[in-house]
Design a protein around this ligand. Structure first.
Ligand code: UDP
Length: 371
């Protein structure tokens, strides 16, 4: 390889692809590499007889950032999918997020006023908590006992493999409350799934960009680095620096995909299983993301698991201990004028897709447009 590249981009996920699109548009020469055999990182979908199977977990795009929404829609049109997951607790189905449908099933209340009174009564016991020190305190302060013990504690501890008392409070701030009969999980202005799947978004972004798949950066690092002015790295930051400040913790997942010769398995894209005795956290039925009417279906059971270094890292564990380690890596990276970092792994952040696009567009403005 004797061509000089402006950017070597390690990874072909959403962050990397947004950056590559703009770099190419600016006339920069980019080489992208990915250790996997496909593009797209974790938003990649596998086509199973016309059903787009979210291979690395359900991805539902939602944002209130109009620039981000218009940007992704300029590559592929998004459908009107609205996430309205169900919670299965002890074989009873409840609506999420916590809204009037949930409250009426749980407490027999009918009006928002009754629900608010009931919730207030539940919260009273925890009114003394001023600044929640962990997820459990945060959740009890927000919802009180009934909701916490049915829907949050067991699900959270199963998902994270840790006591809710050891988890940071901010994780639970993601769960919205609503006093209307509205099962829309997100409060954002825009949401949907790309018509035809996420691969269309990635393929659109990467049109005309040179990509080498099945190429592990760490197997060829010295050689690859020589051919690029700047490296954009979107993998694990601790691995990049050979774990010199310690190993960062992640939570992993394993997926059990199953094709069933029935039209509809659960009548909804996402059903959470909130009790601990069920080993998986949710079942995804992929066809519902795109309103499919195939005579068969594909479902995925999602099992949380420990990150071993051999499986995939999905969720950064952003507690104090890990954040301290991360900040050392970040400081070191910032001193390297030829290195850029981006995405969930390199920034060690619990990014949603819109956060990822937003962060990539921020880097684009700074790095490519000097803004
Ligand atoms: N959560 C919960 N019960 C649920 C759904 C979520 O307690 O039925 C908590 C759990 O702690 C989880 C967090 O909310 O880690 C965020 O969940 P969400 O489904 O928004 O995250 P995702 O896994 O889709 O990124």
């Amino acid at each position: 390889m004797d061509i000089k590249y402006d950017y070597l981009i390690v990874g072909t996920g959403l962050f990397a692809s947004v950056f590559a699109y703009h770099a190419k548009k600016m006339g920069k020469k980019c080489l992208m590499i990915d250790k996997r055999s496909h593009l797209g990182g974790n938003i990649y979908c596998e086509d199973v007889d016309s059903i787009n199977v979210h291979k690395y977990g359900a991805h539902i795009f939602h944002t209130s950032n109009k620039e981000v929404w218009q940007f992704v829609n300029s590559f592929v049109e998004f459908n009107r999918f609205t996430n309205s997951p169900l919670a299965n607790y002890k074989e009873v189905l409840y609506n999420l997020p916590f809204n009037m449908n949930t409250f009426s099933k749980l407490w027999g209340v009918e009006t928002p006023q009754q629900a608010k009174e009931k919730l207030e009564e539940q919260r009273q016991r925890y009114a003394h908590i001023e600044t929640p020190a962990n997820l459990e305190e945060q959740a009890l302060k927000l919802c009180g006992d009934d909701i916490y013990y049915a829907f949050i504690k067991e699900y959270t501890e199963k998902q994270w493999g840790r006591s809710a008392k050891e988890l940071p409070a901010f994780i639970i701030k993601r769960i919205p409350f609503r006093f209307t009969y509205d099962n829309n999980y997100f409060n954002d202005d825009y949401q949907g799934i790309p018509k035809g799947g996420y691969n269309k978004l990635i393929n659109g972004l990467l049109e005309g960009v040179e990509v080498k798949l099945n190429t592990n950066y760490f197997d060829h690092k010295a050689e690859l680095d020589k051919f690029a002015d700047t490296v954009l790295f979107t993998g694990r930051i601790d691995e990049l620096f050979n774990y010199e400040f310690g190993v960062l913790e992640y939570r992993s997942l394993s997926f059990e995909h199953e094709r069933l010769d029935i039209e509809d398995f659960q009548g909804n894209a996402v059903v959470n299983y909130n009790e601990r005795s069920v080993p998986y956290t949710r079942i995804i039925e992929h066809k519902h993301f795109e309103f499919g009417n195939q005579p068969f279906t594909v479902i995925t059971r999602e099992y949380p698991s420990e990150f071993t270094g051999k499986n995939e890292p999905y969720y950064p564990v952003n507690d104090d201990k890990n954040m301290q380690i991360y900040s050392k890596y970040k400081e070191k990276a910032d001193l390297n004028g030829k290195l850029l970092l981006g995405g969930r792994l390199a920034q060690y952040a619990y990014f949603d897709m819109d956060d990822t696009v937003e962060a990539a567009l921020r880097l684009v403005k700074k790095e490519l447009y000097n803004l």
